[in-house]
Design a protein around this ligand. Structure first.
Ligand SMILES: Nc1nc2c(ncn2[C@@H]2O[C@H](COP(=O)(O)OP(=O)(O)O)[C@@H](O)[C@H]2O)c(=O)[nH]1
Ligand SMILES: [Mg+2]
Length: 443
């Protein structure tokens, strides 16, 4: 029977991402201690973790010893950063190694895909544990805002993975769940509050699973310990998913996965669409290019921040690309451009509107006002003519054209127009105002 040689055993890199104090160290120590009990058990499902380096072993056992001695969680100074583990199980009295994995603890503030160190970690990783404070998710309505940047980075990685059809599992771990009311309500609240992230992950077909972690400290006859029931499930799930994938395609970290997944016909073609820009860069620039892909993924997943007005503007512009005379889209778009003080963009839209028959001339007068503001009296007057061609007794158009005629030294026409306006004015008061205006203008 052939034995699996040391070099056949896959090595996976797992990212552990979450803000400081979320519970990453406690989680790893809890998983380690929970699985240790399996060491004596027989069976391929009884996994445990073994530290591969003495420094790591010293660190993690130091944490467990600290808890046992003090009954307290480890202080933040007992740092866990990088760890090398073997996932082991026992088969017929023999210890077997299923895989190796490296655990990279990334504090929240380093999770920025524009940070080269984080990029390197992401690109060499095979899967990821993302930590959220379960208690804060339920009780602090502003918690999500505080981790918005982190969420952005996660979704960016997930969309990149999706674009390239890669297998990259995410374990979403909700910590400190022992501090929540037991029962399903708390879980439902967590899920409801995390919906913005879950919806984004679903939208990019991310492979993820949720885990509710509760690692209280319990005491038994004066001996303290981390009581970690089910704490190790996320690591075991991630590694079993990666082992499954590994059997089919070997272990592919994100970076080589991205390169490998590039469609062959896109590698050399000059793709004009933005979607292929990262692909193009990747093929020609190696790691730097893949970093660029991550950068584009962040911006692609969220786009530059847009106001609701900008989003609406884009929607109307898209409608008009297909249906250039769509009246509702034209009027709404004109309105939005004016609100955003983009008068040069509003003009061609308003010109299309005034070409169409209408009962309301409000937008005609807005267009005329814009021309007036630009000092374009010819075009301003054309608008009044257009109104008068459709409604010869339009009071506003008569008055405005009359004033314009005076400005242009054509008092005779102005006089006729004022007279017409006075004639159509609906009230005596208004007629008097027109007379007075005409007198002042024509003197
Ligand atoms: N009750 C409870 N508290 C926890 C748990 N996990 C973490 N904590 C608390 O959160 C603090 C920070 O945890 P730590 O693992 O050091 O956070 P890290 O900065 O993400 O490594 C700990 O000191 C505990 O007070 C848990 O499962 N239950
Ligand atoms: Mg820590």
């Amino acid at each position: 029977m052939s034995r699996r040689s040391q070099s056949d055993i896959p090595v996976f890199n797992l990212l552990s991402i979450g803000h400081r104090g979320v519970g990453k160290t406690v989680f790893l120590a809890g998983s380690y201690t929970e699985l240790l009990a399996n060491r004596q058990k027989e069976g391929s499902q009884s996994w445990w973790l073994e530290c591969r380096d003495s420094q790591g072993k010293e660190n993690i056992e130091g944490i467990l010893e600290y808890v046992a001695r003090t009954g307290q969680y480890p202080p933040p100074t007992m740092k866990i950063t990088d760890f090398n583990f073997a996932l082991k199980h026992r088969q017929r009295q023999e210890e077997k190694t299923s895989c190796y994995f490296r655990w990279w603890d990334v504090p929240g503030e380093s999770c920025n895909l524009q940070n080269p160190d984080f990029q390197k970690m992401v690109l060499s990783s095979h899967g990821c544990c993302v930590f959220f404070n379960g208690k804060a998710l339920v009780h602090n309505p502003r918690y999500l805002e505080t981790i918005e940047e982190l969420i952005k980075q996660i979704v960016a990685i997930a969309s990149l993975v999706n674009q390239h059809g890669l297998d990259y599992p995410f374990a979403l771990i909700f910590t400190q769940c022992d501090l929540l009311e037991p029962g399903p309500i708390s879980q439902l609240q967590i899920e409801a509050n995390l919906q913005p992230l879950l919806a984004r992950l679903d939208a990019v077909n991310a492979k993820y699973q949720r885990f509710y972690s509760a690692i209280p400290i319990v005491s038994n006859q004066g001996q303290y310990r981390l009581k970690a029931v089910g704490a190790s499930a996320p690591i075991v799930w991630l590694l079993s998913e990666l082992n499954k994938t590994h059997q089919f395609q070997g272990q592919i970290p994100l970076e080589s996965g991205l390169k490998r997944s590039m469609p062959a016909n896109k590698r050399s073609s000059v793709a004009s669409s933005r979607k292929f820009v990262p692909l193009l860069l990747m093929s020609s620039l190696g790691l730097l290019g893949v970093s660029a892909a991550l950068f584009f993924a962040v911006n692609g997943a969220f786009g530059p921040a847009q106001t609701p007005e900008q989003q609406l503007t884009q929607q109307y512009e898209r409608i008009l690309e297909k249906d250039p005379r769509n009246f509702a889209a034209l009027t709404n778009l004109a309105d939005l451009y004016i609100q955003q003080k983009q008068l040069d963009k509003a003009i061609p839209v308003l010109e299309k509107i005034v070409e169409q028959p209408t009962k309301s001339f409000d937008l005609h007068f807005i267009l005329a006002d814009i021309y007036a503001a630009k000092g374009d009296k010819n075009r301003e007057e054309t608008v009044y003519d257009r109104v008068l061609a459709q409604q010869a007794d339009n009071f506003d158009a008569l008055i405005k054209k009359a004033v314009l005629r005076v400005e242009r030294g054509d008092e005779a026409t102005a006089k006729t127009l004022f007279a017409k306006a006075e004639n159509v004015a609906p009230t005596e008061d208004l007629k008097a105002q027109v007379r007075s205006l005409a007198q002042r203008a024509l003197k």
